[in-house]
Design a protein around this ligand. Structure first.
Ligand SMILES: C[S@@+](CC[C@H](N)C(=O)[O-])C[C@H]1O[C@@H](n2cnc3c(N)ncnc32)[C@H](O)[C@@H]1O
Length: 190
């Protein structure tokens, strides 16, 4: 699939996942939310591979299940987990090829329930240990509000400490867009 231009992080994500994932990939969506990222992965995997999808909010899970029904996708390979992503290793007992974390609050949900950098870093510490060679993860940050900026700074401070011989850590920013658009960080296991 050709992408017309690169004016949003979501198009950049599409470009990367279409290039790097295959139908047998084992994926983790750390923040299921309204289900759009898991839906995208499900379409790409075409009912093979596996997707573990976490969210602490029941309403997010209900919204996602409605979306999957509406889109008529087979959900046999989607494992929905109503728990904190910082407990990933209690649920995921195999190595993974990909993870995505779309940080912040549930769009059109309770803005007080949001990701926080301590749990994000715990998730990363646990998950980086179970990444296959060439596996990669994408984090979408929203630095346009103060909590999001704090999360962006703290998580990046942690990522800067990862050993260069084991990981590539890549930052993507849309530098000339107004009002702090979302930013991407990619972590690739070497
Ligand atoms: C920006 S939304 C995710 C959007 C989603 N990926 C989509 O495609 O619609 C962030 C979600 O993370 C969830 N969340 C926040 N902290 C969490 C945690 N520690 N573990 C799991 N989910 C969490 C929130 O409940 C919210 O639904």
């Amino acid at each position: 699939m050709k992408i017309d231009n690169l004016n949003s992080v979501h198009k950049i994500i599409d470009l990367i996942i279409n290039n790097r994932l295959d139908k047998n990939s084992i994926c983790v969506d750390a923040t299921l939310g309204n289900g759009f990222d898991t839906l995208k992965l499900s379409k790409l995997l075409n009912n093979t591979g596996k997707i573990y999808s976490f969210d602490i909010q029941k309403v997010a899970i209900e919204n996602s299940i409605s979306l999957f029904k509406k889109e008529n996708i087979d959900t046999n390979n989607i494992i929905i987990i109503n728990d904190n992503h910082n407990k990933i290793r209690e649920y995921v007992k195999e190595n993974i090829d990909f993870f995505i974390m779309n940080l912040g609050y549930l769009p059109s949900g309770d803005k007080n329930i949001t990701t926080n950098y301590i749990e994000v870093i715990t998730f990363l510490e646990s998950t980086l240990e179970i990444m296959n060679k060439n596996a990669f993860g994408i984090i979408v940050f929203y630095p346009g509000h103060s909590e999001g900026m704090k999360e962006y700074i703290k998580v990046r401070e942690y990522l800067e400490t990862l050993p260069q011989k084991s990981f590539n850590v890549i930052d993507i920013n849309l530098l000339n867009q107004k009002n702090y658009p979302p930013a991407l960080t990619i972590i690739e296991r070497i």
